[in-house]
Design a binder for this molecule. Structure first.
Ligand code: PHE
Length: 488
């Protein structure tokens, strides 16, 4: 309706000067007229200017005052010119509202004196309130005057918007052409007669109704790609259950170490112990723990086989690295670059940023004569591919690495250095019993997968990312967050 009216009107007229008047004259809803103008303008059928107006309008009370005069004026008029009148009489004579407001306003304006009786103090008054309201009604009052005489319950500031100077646009036609939306055979054959709807290349498209990758898996894929591009091989991580031996002892972690307590580690009830371990290697591990060797003094403490046999849920993927290095040591030595990204378990209190199970990313490089400089270089290369090139290292302690370094990156958003990982050079007490050549050095680092994922997906509660509280709709709808691009 409104569309026909507007396009039809413009066929014979130059312009619609004011959308509000146009709507009123054609008996149309102004909101509808506005929407049609907006849409016709988008398709360049018409051109139009946005018109915004702010003006004062009277409230119902204001309109009453403007027509009949203010209550204080009526109150004053009811008081006799000479002599006095009682309040009771006035109350009887006047409308209750007029009496209530008038009996307050009239003495305030010093028009009347109210004592035992009421009398006029002036003979003649002007009803300025009524005058001002009349002026407001006619649109004659400027903003300042109104503020100075502020009486907000009598009038309001109204906001109005519409269009002015609505004219024909470059695509004007008396009727809107329907656009061809499909590339059918017929449409293509008649293409010269048709107007095709433009492609909206920014449209998001329908969500695909299929399986979706969880954010952790998407980020894991990107880490995997980075490792692969740097020539790393993936380690087999398909054993969540590990023996204490590979998880701790092979890593020269003393049997009295607090991490080996059930407060920190989940031990298995059944099967509670491992079936087999490589005996000759176990003997060398026992030896290095108890009395040292390879230039080390060891821990000078009894090493118990029962402790090493205990099954647990692996607490770090370094357990996998220890198995891999042992396997590597068996053959003739070749330099290797390994990585893994998989789940680990810790018996910790769960909170916003910690879960009892999470994922670790681990990188290991072994070669002859590697130095701390190589470790720093590899870390710089690895993290710069994640968009973090400003790194700092802080000396740290791990039972299995010496030296050890925590890795910090400058976070521009948080304006501070944040810890992003842990690293070090595996100790000879770990590598020598495995049988690796003496000059082989192994550099390694580890970080969690959850932390960068939370940063990339702007999630501050890990429970929204992992566990039974995960919202499947979010998993379906979340975008791909590219490492090193958004996070750079
Ligand atoms: N395993 C360590 C951890 O759980 C990480 C690490 C890996 C440290 C390799 C040094 C070398 O935090």
């Amino acid at each position: 309706m409104a569309e026909e009216a507007i396009l039809g009107f413009l066929q014979n007229n130059d312009e619609i000067a004011h959308s509000g008047y146009f709507a009123a004259e054609h008996n149309l809803d102004h909101e509808e007229v506005k929407n049609v103008i907006k849409s016709l303008q988008a398709f360049r059928y018409i051109e139009a200017k946005v018109l915004k107006r702010e003006f004062f309008g009277l409230t119902d009370e204001g309109k009453k005052y403007a027509a009949e005069g203010s209550p204080e004026f009526h109150f004053f008029s009811a008081v006799p010119e000479e002599g006095t009148i009682s309040m009771d009489d006035l109350q009887r004579m006047l409308d209750p509202f007029v009496f209530n407001v008038g009996s307050k306003q009239a003495p305030k304006k010093k028009w009347v004196a109210i004592g035992q009786q009421v009398s006029r103090t002036v003979q003649h008054v002007e009803d300025k309130v009524k005058e001002m309201l009349l002026q407001i009604q006619q649109g004659l009052v400027c903003f300042r005057t109104i503020i100075e005489n502020s009486k907000p319950d009598l009038y309001n500031l109204w906001k109005w918007s519409g269009y002015s100077e609505v004219k024909k646009g470059p695509n004007y036609a008396p009727k809107r052409r329907s656009l061809a939306t499909d590339l059918t055979r017929e449409n293509l054959q008649n293409w010269q007669e048709l107007d095709f709807k433009e492609y909206n290349v920014n449209a998001k498209g329908q969500p695909v109704d299929s399986g979706h990758l969880h954010p952790l898996l998407k980020v894991r894929k990107q880490f995997k790609d980075i490792f692969c591009q740097m020539g790393f091989e993936e380690m087999p991580t398909n054993n969540f259950v590990e023996s204490s031996f590979w998880n701790f002892d092979a890593l020269f972690q003393p049997q009295q170490h607090p991490a080996r307590d059930s407060h920190d580690t989940f031990f298995l009830k059944a099967p509670s112990t491992t079936r087999e371990l490589p005996e000759d290697y176990v003997a060398r591990v026992k030896q290095v723990h108890e009395s040292g060797g390879y230039g080390s003094r060891g821990y000078n403490c009894e090493w118990k086989r029962e402790e090493a046999n205990k099954n647990l849920l692996r607490t770090h993927t370094t357990a996998v690295s220890s198995r891999m290095l042992y396997a590597l040591a068996k053959g003739p030595f070749t330099p290797k670059k390994y990585f893994s990204i998989d789940r680990v378990f810790r018996n910790e209190a769960v909170d916003k940023t910690h879960l009892a199970e999470f994922h670790q990313i681990e990188g290991v490089v072994c070669d002859r004569g590697l130095t701390l400089g190589d470790l720093i270089g590899v870390l710089q290369e690895f993290f710069s591919r994640l968009g973090m090139s400003n790194l700092r290292f802080k000396p740290a302690y791990n039972p299995y690495t010496e030296p050890s370094m925590e890795i910090f990156s400058y976070h521009a958003g948080l304006e501070k250095w944040v810890e992003i990982g842990n690293s070090g050079m595996f100790r000879p007490e770990m590598l020598q019993p495995m049988g690796l050549p003496e000059d082989v050095r192994v550099i390694a680092w580890g970080l969690s997968l959850e932390r960068p994922t939370m940063i990339l997906y702007k999630c501050d509660n890990i429970r929204e990312l992992f566990g039974h509280k995960v919202d499947l709709k979010k998993v379906k709808e979340n975008p791909i967050c590219r490492i090193g691009i958004e996070s750079a």
